[in-house]
Design a protein around this ligand. Structure first.
Ligand code: NAP
Length: 657
């Protein structure tokens, strides 16, 4: 991590704000090389802001932003002529930074902020409000709560419980600390980081671009990798918690086990349990749950497991000291964790058995394991705010994402292999890539081609290492289902015994079991899980009728899979929760409860869109659905729609208590 000056952090509402960059001292020729290798839209935006000159962002230079099927278009699809002109403009502006010794940038005027965002979005105004939320330099950057909230009558007694110190809990803690409301944070483990603390398995790394995976209020710019390692993300979250002053506030090793809404007092009576098993009861006016969707490990119950003499571990429960060197290792599953684990261990094991039920689809990502380029690192060091502009650019191009590739076409005849002509085209393109990867291994190629449409399940990142791991001489792909364990290994349904020393369950999570392990009793004594009856639903993914002042940050139906940033969703859920609390206090009320009709309407709206997606087809089965078959995990719209629904607390949708 480079030296970070946080002066000015508060003004820019960013705990990573760096007031000054290093001066540019390099030659014209060097600057030409930088412009030749840089991502042009992000660079031009940064240069316009730093020089305070938006006149060179002419309409003919706007990136056309063609939709992304399988690979991103460099420079947002700018033509060769646009690139040539853009580079010449960029070199001139870089020279200005050097010659005028510009090493810092200040808040933009509203007109300049708008001009740059319109340039980046190719004139599309629909993105602007949500982009301003991400732009430190915007005079009206959103996200920060009303700082006078703490002065409202009743505010000093309105204590909020934040559950969890992962991505959600940290966002809530940061924003609450700006409100003046009292709050308590608890975390069941002994550290900060949530899923990134627990998932320390070999090879763990982001499967979305690093720059799309940071908070709008903590825009770290000196990331070492384009797709950060798990450790880097965990380190980032720890730093955010430290810089936001949260770490010392968190009660670690403290688990929420019960919350009962007291209808008379309008407070939650909460029971927590510490590591020693001691229970404590206390009261809070509101609860913000930062419990993750991908938190409860799915470990299949397999006959004979207790007899197995070797070692077993789930990917999300990795323990220090687990060794695989020279061992016979079984990896069960071929999802987002397995595809990182198998390539990371394959060279060290004596045998690798990959147990596959369904093959994964993978998006070509040649640079998946690469560090950021020298050019990128130079730009972050020398061009004021460059890293943040690049983050905004990644965020912007991620808004439409790949929705158009996974949306079904009416009367399409390609089911169950594809859902539309575009989806079929993606299918063929990815299979073409596999033909190269598995050349000379027809038996593996056959196993590698998924039997469901691209996008129906999480698309993984492909830099060829998965195929290489499966093709390694020490690897066997086992497709017969696991039947039972023996003392020495695993027997599959075809009767074959596979002797192994270590079994890695990369078998995913139980994401639809929201708030599992916590008893939540709302109005009228109704328990949350009884209310849900196996089908977790929530208004805006965060509130449930009958459970006032309870807000879930990564609740039902807010997970994005082909577009947008999860952190954006979590931040917006946090902001909505705080706005809801503000509304309660401003009205002199004690509670807010979503009306059942608004809740039903929201769920129906989400369901109708999910049914048109590859993952919503009746012949597809994934963890995106719950036991009832409803897609209960996934947000089927863009971030912009979530921006819209979380912008205001609609009085008609709520009852105030
Ligand atoms: P997953 O994607 O749900 O994959 C679980 C795998 O285990 C699947 O291949 C599944 O097969 C298989 N499986 C489940 N139960 C089984 C059983 N009883 N017998 C045999 N195979 C079984 O889980 P995951 O890999 O842990 O990933 C879950 C999610 O976490 C991802 O989609 C992603 O959102 C997130 N994640 C992110 C990252 C990252 O950003 N770096 C990394 C890991 C995970 P079927 O396909 O047949 O169901």
């Amino acid at each position: 991590m480079t030296d970070i000056t946080t002066s000015g952090a508060d003004r820019f509402d960013d705990v990573f704000w760096k007031a000054q960059t290093e001066p540019i001292t390099e030659s014209d020729e060097f600057l030409r090389q930088i412009a030749a290798q840089a991502d042009l839209p992000a660079l031009l935006a940064a240069l316009a802001a730093a020089t305070r000159d938006t006149t060179f962002l002419t309409e003919d230079l706007r990136p056309p932003l063609p939709p992304v099927d399988t690979v991103n278009h460099p420079h947002g699809g700018m033509t060769a002529a646009q690139q040539e002109k853009g580079r010449a403009v960029a070199v001139d502006a870089l020279k200005r930074l050097r010659d005028e010794k510009i090493t810092s940038v200040d808040t933009l005027s509203e007109a300049d902020a708008r001009a740059i965002l319109v340039f980046l979005s190719n004139g599309d105004q629909t993105y602007l409000p949500s982009l301003i939320h991400e732009l430190d330099l915007a005079p009206d950057k959103g996200g920060r709560p009303d700082g006078s909230m703490g002065d409202l009558p009743g505010a000093s007694d309105f204590e909020v419980l934040v559950v969890g110190a992962g991505v959600g809990g940290i966002a809530a803690g940061y924003r609450l600390s700006q409100t003046g409301l009292p709050f308590t944070m608890i975390e069941a483990t002994d550290g900060v980081g949530g899923t990134w603390l627990k998932n320390s398995y070999p090879g763990v790394r982001l499967d979305t671009p690093t720059f799309g995976y940071s908070y709008s209020f903590a825009q770290r710019s000196d990331w070492p990798h384009q797709f950060a390692t798990g450790g880097e993300i965990c380190d980032y979250l720890c730093q955010v918690a430290d810089r936001a002053g949260l770490t010392q506030k968190i009660e670690f090793s403290t688990r929420l086990i019960k919350a009962v809404w007291d209808e008379q007092a309008c407070v939650w009576r909460v029971t927590t349990r510490d590591a020693s098993g001691a229970e404590r009861e206390r009261s809070f006016s509101a609860i913000i749950s930062g419990l993750g969707q991908l938190d409860i490990a799915n470990i299949p119950e397999i006959e004979g497991m207790a007899d197995f003499k070797g070692e077993t571990v789930h990917s999300a429960q990795w323990r220090e000291g687990i060794t695989w060197k020279g061992k016979k290792v079984a990896v069960i599953g071929t999802g987002a964790s397995a595809y990182q684990i198998a390539p990371a261990i394959v060279d060290d094991v004596s045998e690798l058995l990959v147990f596959q039920r369904h093959a994964p689809w993978m998006l070509p990502t040649p640079a998946y394991h690469e560090p950021v380029s020298d050019t990128f690192a130079w730009l972050v060091r020398k061009v004021p705010h460059y890293g943040q502009w690049y983050r905004l650019w990644v965020t912007l191009t991620g808004i439409p994402g790949r929705f158009h590739t996974v949306t079904m076409e009416d009367d399409w005849k390609g089911a169950p292999l594809s859902v539309s002509s575009t989806n079929q085209k993606v299918r063929e393109e990815l299979i073409g890539r596999m033909r190269v990867q598995y050349e000379g291994r027809p038996e593996l190629l056959e196993l590698a081609i998924p039997s469901y449409p691209p996008g129906a399940k999480r698309m993984l990142r492909d830099n060829d290492v998965w195929a290489a791991a499966l093709c390694a001489p020490q690897t066997t792909v086992v497709t017969s289902p696991v039947a039972q364990f023996t003392e020495d290994g695993i027997v599959t349904q075809d009767g074959v015994e596979h002797k192994v020393d270590l079994v890695i369950f990369a078998t995913g999570f139980r994401p639809s079991d929201y708030m599992d392990g916590v008893e939540v009793v709302g109005r009228g004594g109704v328990e949350l899980h009884d209310f849900w009856n196996g089908d977790a639903r929530a208004y805006n993914g965060l509130s449930i009728p009958g459970f006032p002042n309870l807000f879930l940050l990564y609740g039902p139906n807010v997970g994005g899979v082909v577009a947008g940033s999860l952190l954006f969703m979590i931040e917006r859920a946090t902001e909505f929760s705080i706005k809801a609390m503000r509304e309660v206090l401003a009205r002199g009320a004690h509670g807010i409860d979503v009306r059942p009709e608004a809740f039903d309407q929201f769920v129906a709206w989400v369901d109708s869109a999910n049914r048109r997606m590859a993952w919503g087809q009746p012949y597809v089965h994934t963890w995106y659905q719950n036991a009832t078959g409803r897609v209960s995990q996934i947000w089927p719209y863009t971030n912009v729609e979530y921006w819209d629904v979380t912008e205001t607390v609609k009085p008609d949708d709520h009852e105030f208590l």
